[in-house]
Design a protein around this ligand. Structure first.
Ligand code: SOE
Length: 386
């Protein structure tokens, strides 16, 4: 069995999710190339050593450049904050390493294009972490659309609602700082919606958006990891430099109409990544908080049983289901990462580009920036303008 030796940068929230995926792939997907967890990298020596031990990495380091020098590492997995993506990806490609990078691909469209160019010129595999594509229920939606069972697609409406920073005393974490995150809910959550739109319905041609930052400044944190942070509400404050919410309308190349909403100010919604697609022959609805289910409606159902019905995407006919448990034994968030690592391992094993890759990352960045331009200039923006 081919082995794929991995070096990873980042050991907190995404580092844990990716590490778990690398450990589970050989157990549940024994026929794909086997990931070998060579080394994990993080700036804090004690923190990364503890993560290496806990997550099962052979070694660890505090300078990511060490990973690029090693001839026993084939893939560099970047899940450091967004401002580090470009430098690491360019250096990894130049070192001949395959690159898996968390979303959003970069801080800017120009940076993402530079990353794609470098990866293509280096002839390495490149992938971006749009994990929600890999939920079996999302794969089922894609299958229904491709089989024509929804007919002509009229509407794609998507919303990614969270509430972890509604408290104005929640500290100023990196996701709220433009120079590190690039944008707020737009690039963090809206990026997923844009990628799902591309995956399920196709390219967008024009957009117009609006955004706001509801809480303008927050206390500086004493510590942070993932979506949690510690700090006193009486601590010195720093300016929030990203959007708290961004909404936009869009037209697809297919003619379908799109509406997108990303916010971190929707109390009661912890991680409501949802979409609904309406076509001439039916509709589908997905809500990540009920990620094993797809609500489907078909116009040709008998008149007396017309209505949305729930499909549990855990039967053998559903994507990835046979690797897991009997029908009805549901899976979770972590499985979307396992499935994307399966795609990465399969692509490397089959010597093809994984999907989604940096091309998809650039397409997403282009829409993100088109929306930002539309907000700045208060007009419709053609995506191809960028
Ligand atoms: C925080 O908003 C976050 O963890 C995002 O960064 C992830 O990409 C998303 O999957 C869940 O929410």
């Amino acid at each position: 069995m081919k082995q794929v030796r991995v070096g990873m940068i980042g050991y907190k929230f995404m580092g844990k999710a990716h590490s778990h995926a690398y450990r589970d792939v050989p157990m549940f997907f024994p026929k794909v190339a086997r990931p070998v967890m060579k080394a994990i990298c993080g700036r804090d020596a004690q923190g990364v050593a503890q993560a290496a031990e806990q997550f099962g990495w052979e070694g660890q380091c505090t300078d990511w450049r060490e990973l690029l020098k090693r001839d026993d590492i084939d893939v560099i997995d970047i899940n450091a904050p967004s401002d580090a993506h470009k430098e690491i990806a360019l250096a990894a490609a130049a070192a001949g390493k395959h690159v898996f990078c968390e979303k959003p691909l970069a801080l800017t469209l120009a940076d993402s294009r530079e990353m794609l160019k470098a990866a293509e010129e280096a002839g390495v595999k490149h992938m971006v972490g749009f994990n929600y594509r890999f939920a079996p229920a999302v794969q089922l939606a894609k299958k229904l659309i491709e089989e024509g069972r929804l007919g002509q697609i009229y509407h794609f409406r998507a919303w990614f609602l969270q509430d972890w920073i509604v408290d104005p005393d929640f500290p100023l974490v990196w996701r709220l700082q433009k120079e590190i995150a690039g944008s707020g809910s737009h690039g963090d959550l809206g990026a997923h919606l844009i990628d799902l739109a591309h995956f399920l319905v196709g390219d967008l041609t024009e957009v117009i958006g609006m955004s706001d930052t509801f809480i303008k400044e927050r206390p500086l944190p004493t510590s942070m990891t993932g979506l949690s942070a510690k700090g006193s509400k009486d601590a010195p404050k720093g300016a929030v430099t990203v959007d708290d919410a961004t909404l936009f309308l869009a037209r697809f190349a297919s003619g379908a109409l799109g509406s997108f909403e990303a916010t971190r100010f929707a109390p009661g919604h912890r991680c409501t990544n949802s979409f609904e697609i309406n076509g001439s022959k039916g509709s589908v609805k997905f809500d990540f908080e009920r990620m094993n289910e797809l609500q489907v409606y078909f116009t040709d159902d008998a008149d007396d049983v017309q209505g949305f019905r729930r499909v549990l995407a855990t039967d053998p006919s559903h994507a990835y289901a046979e690797a897991w448990w009997p029908p009805g034994h549901t899976i979770g968030y972590e499985h979307t990462f396992i499935h994307e690592i399966v795609e990465l391992m399969q692509a490397i094993g089959e010597d093809r580009q994984p999907v989604p890759n940096f091309v998809d990352g650039v397409k997403c960045q282009q829409v993100l920036e088109a929306v930002e331009l539309s907000i700045a200039e208060r007009r419709w923006v053609q995506v191809e303008e960028l």
